[in-house]
Ligand binder design. Structure first.
Ligand code: HEM
Length: 419
C-alpha cells in the first residue's frame, strides 16, 4: 500500500500546550498521548493538521449529533491545499464527483442515504454470506502449507475488495487498478501530499471516476442483481430520488469505502488478538465469542481513528471555544478508550460487555451504511482462520508501521508464523 514518507515538525503550539504533543500522525505513541489529552486538555488545537482535536467520548458523541451547528462537509477534503494544476487536470477529465454521503449535510444527505439504504442493508449483506465464506475459504487455501505469511499482503489486502466487487458486480480482474487508485485516494484525501503526488493523483482520480461512470453506463445497458443495478432501479430515471451524477458518486464512494477500512480493520484485529494471545485462544476454544471479539477490535484498534467535522458557528465544547469555520477531528481512537465509558480501556478483552459502544463506524445520521457487511466479513474470516490456523503467531521482532494519516490506523504489513 502506498504511503507518504513526509517529515513532520513538532513545533510548539501557539494556542495550547497539548498542541505539539499528541501528533495525529505518530501511531506508535498515539494512544498514550491521547490518554493524557483526555485527562489534561480534552479539546486542543493541533497546528500540525490545522484541526481542533476532540478526545472525549461524550464530546465526540455530542458533535456527531449536533447537526444544527456542525457540518460534515469536510470529511473527505484533501489534507493539504490542492494545487490549481491538480484541480485543472480533474476539471479537464470531467471529474464531477459531488458531496453526497459522508461529506454531505441536510436534506440531500437524507435523500441519498435513503436511496442507498434500500440496497446497502442487512438483507443484501446476509444473502452474501455463502459467497463471502467461499472467498475466505479460497484465500485460506492459498495459505495452506506455508510456514509464514504477511497477513496484510496475503489475506486482508484483497479479500474485502473481492467482497465489494461481488456486491457491485465488478470483475475480479480489475483488482490491481482499483486497489492502486484507492491507495492514491487515501493519500490525496487523508494524508499530506506533495505537488507531484497531487498531479499523479489527479490523473488517477480522473481514471477512477471514469471507471465508475463506465460501470454505471454498462449496468444501464445490461442490468444485473448487483448494487449498481439496484441503485438504478431505485432511481427509476427520477432525479428527485437520485440524479445520475449522484448515483455515480455513491458508486465512486463505495469503490473506496467498501474495502479500504475493512482491510485495515481485519489486520488490526489479527494483530491485537495475537498480541494478547489469551484472547486468540479464547476465540479458538469458543467461536461464539467471535462477534464480541470483532466489536472489541473496533473499539481497541479501530481502522478509523479520527473523522472530521466543521463548526458552522462558534461552539463551546470541553471548555474550549472552537471558532466558526473551525475544522474538527473527532478522535474515535481516543473516545473508544475513554475511561468514563470503558473500564480499564487500555486492556484488550474479547469478553468486554460494552465494546459495541465504540465510535469507529460513527454514530447518528451518518453512521456507516456498510457496518453490517464489515462485521460479517470479520466474523467469517475469524471463524475460518481460527479453525484452520489456531497456532498462528506474530512473527518475532516484527515491527508494524502504519500509513501516514490521522484518519486511518492502517498497518502496512503483519508478518506471522502460521505453524
Ligand atoms: C471496518 C470497516 C469500516 C469502517 C471502520 C467504516 C467507518 C465509517 C465511518 C467512520 C463513517 C462516517 C460516519 C460519520 O460521518 O459519522 C462511514 C460512513 C460510511 N460507510 Fe463505512 N466503514 C467501514 C466499512 C464500510 C463498508 C464495507 C461499506 C460499504 C459496503 C461502507 C460504506 C459507508 C457509507 C456509504 C458511509 C456514508 C454514510 C452516510 O454518510 O450516510 N463502510 N463508515
Amino acid at each position: 500500500m502506498s504511503d507518504v514518507a513526509g517529515t513532520t515538525s513538532r513545533g510548539s503550539c501557539p494556542v495550547h500546550g497539548m498542541g505539539n504533543r499528541p501528533s495525529p500522525y505518530y501511531h506508535e505513541t498515539m494512544y498514550a498521548e491521547l490518554a493524557q489529552a483526555r485527562r489534561d486538555e480534552p479539546v486542543f488545537y493541533s497546528p500540525e493538521t490545522g484541526y481542533w482535536i476532540v478526545t472525549r467520548y461524550d464530546d465526540a458523541m455530542a458533535i456527531l449529533h449536533d447537526h444544527d451547528r456542525i457540518s460534515s462537509e469536510n470529511t473527505s477534503d484533501s489534507a493539504s491545499p490542492v494545487h490549481q494544476d491538480a484541480i485543472d487536470i480533474m476539471k479537464a477529465g470531467n471529474f464531477t464527483a459531488e458531496k453526497v454521503q459522508s461529506n454531505c449535510d441536510g436534506e440531500r444527505h437524507t435523500r441519498v442515504r435513503n436511496a442507498s439504504a434500500q440496497l446497502l442493508n442487512i438483507r443484501t449483506f446476509t444473502a452474501m454470506e455463502p459467497a463471502i465464506r467461499d472467498l475466505v475459504t479460497k484465500a485460506l487455501d492459498r495459505l495452506e502449507g506455508r510456514q509464514s505469511a504477511d497477513l496484510l499482503a496475503d489475506l486482508t489486502y484483497e479479500l474485502p475488495a473481492q467482497v465489494l466487487f461481488l456486491l457491485l458486480g465488478i470483475p475480479q480482474e480489475d483488482m490491481d487498478k482499483v486497489k492502486a487508485w484507492s491507495g492514491t485516494r487515501t493519500i490525496l484525501n487523508f494524508s499530506p501530499s506533495t505537488y507531484e503526488q497531487q498531479i499523479a493523483g489527479a490523473r488517477d482520480m480522473v481514471a477512477y471516476w471514469q471507471y465508475c461512470v463506465d460501470l454505471v453506463r454498462k449496468r444501464m445497458e445490461s442490468p444485473g442483481d448487483d448494487v449498481v443495478s439496484g441503485l438504478l432501479r431505485v432511481r427509476n430515471g427520477d432525479d428527485s430520488i437520485l440524479t445520475l451524477n449522484e448515483l455515480t458518486t455513491v458508486v465512486y464512494g463505495l469503490v473506496f469505502a467498501g474495502h479500504e477500512t475493512t482491510t485495515s480493520q481485519l489486520t488490526n484485529a489479527f494483530r491485537a488478538l495475537l498480541t494478547y494471545r489469551d484472547n486468540w485462544e479464547a476465540i479458538c476454544a469458543d467461536t461464539s465469542l467471535i462477534p464480541f471479539a470483532v466489536e472489541e477490535t473496533f473499539r481497541y484498534c479501530g481502522a478509523v481513528i479520527g473523522w472530521r467535522r466543521r463548526a458552522k458557528t462558534a461552539i463551546e465544547i470541553g471548555g474550549v471555544t472552537i471558532p466558526a469555520g473551525g475544522n474538527i477531528i473527532l478522535s474515535f481512537g481516543s473516545a473508544n478508550r475513554d475511561e468514563k465509558h470503558f473500564e480499564e480501556p487500555e486492556r484488550f478483552d474479547v469478553r468486554r460487555k460494552n465494546a459495541r459502544k465504540h465510535l469507529t463506524m460513527g454514530n447518528g445520521k451518518h453512521v456507516c451504511l456498510g457496518a453490517p457487511l464489515a462485521r460479517l466479513e470479520m466474523k467469517i474470516v475469524l471463524e475460518e482462520f481460527t479453525r484452520r490456523f489456531p497456532n498462528v503467531r506474530l512473527a518475532e521482532n516484527a515491527k508494524v508501521e502504519h500509513a501516514y494519516t490521522y484518519v486511518f490506523r492502517a498497518p502496512r504489513s503483519l508478518p506471522v508464523e502460521l505453524r
